[in-house]
Write a protein that binds this ligand. Structure first.
Ligand code: 1CP
Length: 344
């Protein structure tokens, strides 16, 4: 890990408040940028883009060429883990990811021992990004949290209620726990390798922390994230980690207290006063502008961005959206937002 003094975003994750909040944007490399669409068209498919360091480095750096962002995030996807485990994963244009759904009997076919070899190109992307980035830019690695990855492995595609995975956890608890154990273990290895390859901080994407009762939340979200964080820190002491439990709602304080994240990403539905009152000042907060306000621009975007900055002015805060940027976002609105956050 490198010197934090020159990296405002990393310093903020570590609890050191800055004069202005640093900023990055979830899914900042992506389809709203014409240069991303152009590079994507040159690749043989989405996974090929993830596994081609030349192209992945290029798309990771594209948003930093346009905007004064404080971090680059390596270009990859949370679904490279099931792909590396040997499950069939395809990305259909306009349809999102499609996986061959896993069954309790099929778990034995997963190949945890080949995951790191399979993901070697992603680690190479990180090494090259580290070398290419100016010292003040933070380099972010990531993986999907086990529950969120399991929802795709079990359901076979994205869904609004994750019913297939929720039912699988209730009806096949032993098989479910075995799947989560595999995901915890390979995620620890993968994140440790990301730090070794030059990541300053990693984010755990728990995009489907919603729709769970408190018992399921404790079992499926808190437990596995806590085990990953402990497992990573046993090998990378004090590893800086951002958790993003989207939809955690009233479970957010328990998540922060139990997992030991340094920073917590807030989705845009989280009320600012609730976050202020329920989270300790020692934990950095990240977020939480509605991505559609960035599409709309103008006062709808600017007034809310100022509210968010004011609400978190007394604690370490990383400005971000409350979920990923959407493809129809006008580029000039992104430029305006970054300028507002940096310069007021
Ligand atoms: O054809 C394309 O170009 C595909 C669009 C795309 C992109 C640009 C996908 C498919 N993934 C990505 C990149 C990606 N995904 C990044 C890159 C780095 C960056 O932030 O710039 C990251 C961090 C992710 C993470 C990811 N993938 C999440 C967690 C974040 C979130 O938005 O909740 C999830 C849930 C995925 C799965 C996934 N991959 C792609 C899509 C369209 C989806 C969502 C599927 C669904 O709707 O359920």
């Amino acid at each position: 890990m490198t010197d934090t003094a020159h990296k405002p975003l990393l310093a903020t994750v570590l609890g050191q408040q800055q004069e202005r909040p640093p900023i990055w944007i979830m899914r900042q490399a992506g389809r709203y940028l014409p240069e991303y669409r152009e590079t994507r068209a040159r690749s043989k498919g989405f996974l090929d883009l993830c596994y081609s360091p030349d192209l992945a480095v290029e798309v990771s750096l594209q948003p930093l060429r346009r905007f004064a962002l404080d971090a680059a995030i390596m270009f990859s996807d949370i679904l490279v883990i099931p792909d590396a485990l040997g499950q069939s994963v395809r990305f259909e244009v306009g349809e999102g990811p499609v996986l061959e759904p896993i069954t309790p009997e099929g778990l034995g076919k997963l190949r945890p021992e080949r995951v790191l070899d399979h993901l070697a190109p992603v680690l190479e992307t990180l090494r090259r990004l580290r070398a290419a980035l100016p010292p003040e830019k933070t380099l972010i690695g990531f993986c999907g949290s086990p529950w969120t990855v399991a929802t795709y492995m079990i359901g076979g595609r994205g869904s609004t209620d994750q019913a297939a995975a929720r039912l699988f956890a209730l009806q096949h608890p032993q098989a479910f726990d075995k799947l989560i154990d595999i995901l915890v273990q390979v995620s620890i290895d993968y994140l440790v390798a990301q730090f070794a390859a030059g990541a300053d901080v990693v984010q755990l994407f728990e995009s489907w922390a919603l729709n769970l009762d408190e018992v399921a939340f404790a079992h499926q979200v808190i437990g596995p994230n806590k085990r990953i964080i402990e497992g990573v820190r046993a090998r990378v002491p004090h590893a800086p980690i951002i958790g993003f439990p989207r939809g955690a709602a009233g479970n957010i304080a328990a998540y922060v207290a139990a997992t030991g994240v340094n920073a917590v990403g807030l989705d845009y539905a989280t009320p600012l006063g609730f976050a202020r009152n329920s989270l300790p000042h020692t934990v950095a907060v990240q977020g939480n502008l509605d991505p559609l306000r960035l599409v709309a621009g103008g006062a709808q975007m600017e007034d809310r961005a100022r509210q968010i900055i004011a609400a978190f002015a007394d604690r370490p805060h990383i400005f971000n959206l409350g979920h990923g940027i959407v493809p129809q976002t006008p580029i000039e609105h992104v430029a305006r937002l970054v300028d507002l956050v940096k310069n007021g």
